[in-house]
Design a protein around this ligand. Structure first.
Ligand SMILES: *Cc1c(COP(=O)(O)O)cnc(C)c1O
Length: 414
């Protein structure tokens, strides 16, 4: 009997149900993935018992020899994998990594230029209800109306007008390459620092499928659980000179003790991402998203920016007469999990926007390739063309089950 089952059947039941959902459904939320069994196990290890406030060699607790070593491994591997000068491995999440950079580089009231949430940015890039929108003066750039690609002219004119201390680049729902070199030029011309939040694309950067921001940015932040396929967490990369300030911002600035079981899992994922197999994985994520995009276009759907260069597509379902909410629900009935999402210049409300975001990371981890992507895109097409047809949804649900059996999810433990 599993120790969780023995100790608490009610909680165990929820874990089994979620495991079953992850095994029997098509997980196409662009920010989700399946970690390796080793990474799952590290997070369930005894390292969770250890307090380690401070940094390797400078802790506020005794008994930190082993966790010092694992944190140093994580730092060293992250720097090697991304070609960075320095790193902080302690942020609990992507949001805390961003907070750490803001606390290190800015004073409350300082000015930031960042991508608008409505055009694909993130809450922590200055949304009014988020700490970032409350503490700083934020001016948002977006994409151009005609081709729905990053509007660098708008970014530059905002810099000219508002003289930001920091420009933030990076997105949660943008399917095209982000030109960090050009953004860095804009920052230099206007005396701004550059932070790149590569949360969504860090696995593509690690696997050489997207240009790296590291040579161009003063700070690079990321999650570890999206395309990078690690534990649910975050980290900061920076130039050497900035490390003391970043470290101080994370601890004692915004956190207490680090999650050493998660730091160990980060050390594992950086090692995994250095293997040739990970590069192949990253390339397949992009190939799969592209196959999905092609087939959806064939089916007559409108994609934001007309396609994809990375691991996700944003479908304008409003153009097909649906809302994002209706589309999300209809697909869910067939075992296809996506999330509704705003599209640039959306005319519908945020809770029921015009788009759905579809990603390839998790299904690529299951070993699926372009053949399965085209099949799935045809299923998505037929469901969205008849969103009230529950008989069709049930029929496809059966086919989804078969496909999932042929490509098992990598779960050995709960
Ligand atoms: C997912 C994401 C984050 C936040 O990560 P959390 O771990 O959920 O805090 C930050 N920035 C971007 C661009 C993201 O996509």
């Amino acid at each position: 009997m599993h120790p969780i089952e023995a100790s608490d059947p009610a909680v165990w039941k929820t874990i089994l149900a979620e495991r079953k959902r992850q095994q029997t459904g098509l997980e196409m939320i662009a920010s989700e993935n399946y970690t390796s069994p080793a990474i799952l196990a590290a997070q369930g290890s005894v390292l969770t018992n250890k307090y380690a406030e401070g940094y390797p060699g400078k802790r506020y607790y005794g008994g930190c020899e082993a966790v010092d070593e694992v944190e140093l491994l994580a730092i060293e591997r992250a720097c090697k994998l991304f070609g960075a000068e320095a790193a902080n491995m302690q942020p609990h999440a992507g949001a805390s990594a961003n907070m750490a950079v803001y606390f290190a580089a800015l004073q409350p009231g300082d000015t930031i230029v960042a991508m608008s949430l409505a055009h694909g940015g993130h809450l922590t890039h200055g949304m009014h209800l988020n700490f970032s929108g409350k503490l700083y003066k934020v001016h948002h750039y977006g994409v151009r109306k005609d081709d729905e690609r990053l509007d660098l002219d708008q970014m530059e004119s905002l810099c000219r007008e508002h003289k930001p201390k920091l420009v933030v680049a990076g997105a949660s729902a943008y399917s095209r390459v982000i030109p960090f070199d050009q953004i860095s030029e804009i920052c230099k011309r206007h005396g701004a620092m550059l932070m790149v939040d590569m949360a969504h694309i860090s696995g593509l950067v690690a696997g050489d499928q997207h240009p790296s921001p590291v040579p161009w940015a003063d700070f690079v932040t990321s999650t570890t659980h999206k395309t990078l396929r690690g534990p649910r967490s975050g980290f900061v990369l920076c130039k050497k000179d900035w490390l003391p300030k970043i470290n101080q911002a994370v601890f004692p600035g915004l956190q207490g003790g680090p999650l050493m079981h998660v730091v160990a899992a980060k050390a594992l994922v950086f090692q995994e991402a250095m293997q040739p197999a990970f590069r192949a994985y990253a390339a397949q994520m992009v190939a799969n998203a592209r196959a999905l995009a092609h087939e959806l276009l064939e089916q007559g759907f409108r994609l934001v920016s007309g396609g994809t260069d990375n691991h996700l597509v944003l479908v304008d379902v409003n153009a097909a007469g649906l809302s994002g909410k209706v589309a999300e629900k209809a697909l869910d009935h067939a075992g296809i999990t996506v999330n509704r999402n705003g599209i640039p210049f959306d005319t519908r409300p945020p809770l029921d926007p015009s788009g759905i975001r579809i990603g390839s990371p998790a299904l690529t981890t299951r070993g699926m390739n372009e053949t399965q992507m085209r099949q799935i895109a045809r299923w998505i097409g037929s469901i969205l063309k008849a969103p009230a047809d529950t008989t069709l949804q049930a029929k496809i649900r059966g086919e989804v089950d078969e496909l999932c059996k042929a490509f098992p999810a990598p779960h050995e433990h709960a």
